[in-house]
Design a protein around this ligand. Structure first.
Ligand SMILES: [Zn+2]
Length: 252
């Protein structure tokens, strides 16, 4: 027939055939790889605790894990989701008034009213994101550390303030502090059930249980908050732990 050529078993034909086989093998390889990924994700979803899985919702019930900080930041960014996590965890809160004072713009702020060891003073206005991190830290870091090291509960958390319209270290110029956005808390110490107190200033270097407790709440705080600064960071923090949910991740 005119125009019809019988394919010869020559080199171009073999090369074409081999190329088709290579493509098929690659497709099978990719399919196998994706199947493996799907199986691993399925197994992880069932077997790995929720606190290590970023796609699972944050709760105040789960211990602190590898994905807690990511989940806290994500839940905190959504005002409704943030309040839902607080409410589901038994944390009562009151809405705090918004502030548009100079560059200290505060929106989405709350005050925790019950459900955790009370903050002292109680009037601590915080973004919902920061309040969520504080509640999570109190429940899953502070109380377990207190029982492990001191054999009792923490019944109050002393602080130097959350919201304050100022720049970093109170300077006239320079970066705006996370405190100016109600996105931080300066923790000064802890009141224990037996009536004694633990202070960052006096007990940070204690080699015994009191110091170990403080260092545990700092280290655990680093898995919840974005930034935690302790007396180890600099002399400005000799008497408090600065904990915030803004800026860059830093743990010292
Ligand atoms: Zn601070």
């Amino acid at each position: 027939m005119a125009g019809y050529r019988v394919p010869h078993p020559d080199k171009p034909h073999i090369a074409h055939h081999a190329r088709r086989q290579t493509i098929a093998a690659r497709l099978v390889g990719v399919a196998l790889l994706w199947s493996l990924v799907a199986v691993m994700a399925f197994v992880a979803d069932r077997a790995v605790p929720r606190q290590h899985l970023p796609w699972k919702k944050l709760t105040l019930v789960d211990p602190v894990g590898a994905a807690t900080r990511v989940k806290a930041a994500r839940a905190g960014a959504d005002p409704a989701a943030c309040r839902a996590v607080l409410a589901a965890g038994g944390i009562a809160y009151a809405e705090a008034p918004a502030s548009t004072q100079s560059w200290c713009v505060v929106k989405d702020a709350v005050r925790i009213t019950s459900g955790m060891a009370p903050l002292k003073p109680a009037d601590a206005q915080m973004t919902c994101k920061q309040a969520l991190a504080v509640a999570l830290w109190e429940r899953q870091v502070v109380q377990p550390a207190a029982f492990a090291e001191l054999d009792q509960a923490v019944v109050g958390i002393d602080h130097y303030g959350s919201y304050s319209c100022r720049r970093i270290y109170g300077q006239d110029e320079g970066p705006v502090s996370e405190h100016a956005l109600a996105n931080a808390l300066d923790v000064a110490g802890f009141r224990l059930a037996d009536g004694t107190t633990i202070s960052v200033l006096n007990d940070w270097k204690d080699p015994g249980p009191r110091g170990r407790f403080l260092r545990k709440v700092r280290d655990g705080g680093c898995k919840v908050f974005l930034t935690v600064l302790s007396p180890d960071y600099n002399a400005e923090h000799a008497n408090h732990l600065h904990m915030d949910m803004g800026g860059w991740p830093k743990c010292s």
